[in-house]
Design a protein around this ligand. Sequence first.
Ligand code: ZN
Length: 52
Amino acid sequence: MRCPKCQGLMYSEMFCDFIRIFIGWKCLNCGEVLDPVIVSNRRKSNSIQTAL
Ligand SMILES: [Zn+2]
């Protein structure tokens, strides 16, 4: 897993917001956080943008 911003190494970490607990990814380099919902949303939008 590589950070989409800086290509740094990411590690999985447990996060919680008001309604759920989830495993997300955090970048060691820049602190970027990806949660699974964001990742799947980006995959969807990426699949739309594959023409690029
Ligand atoms: Zn990063």
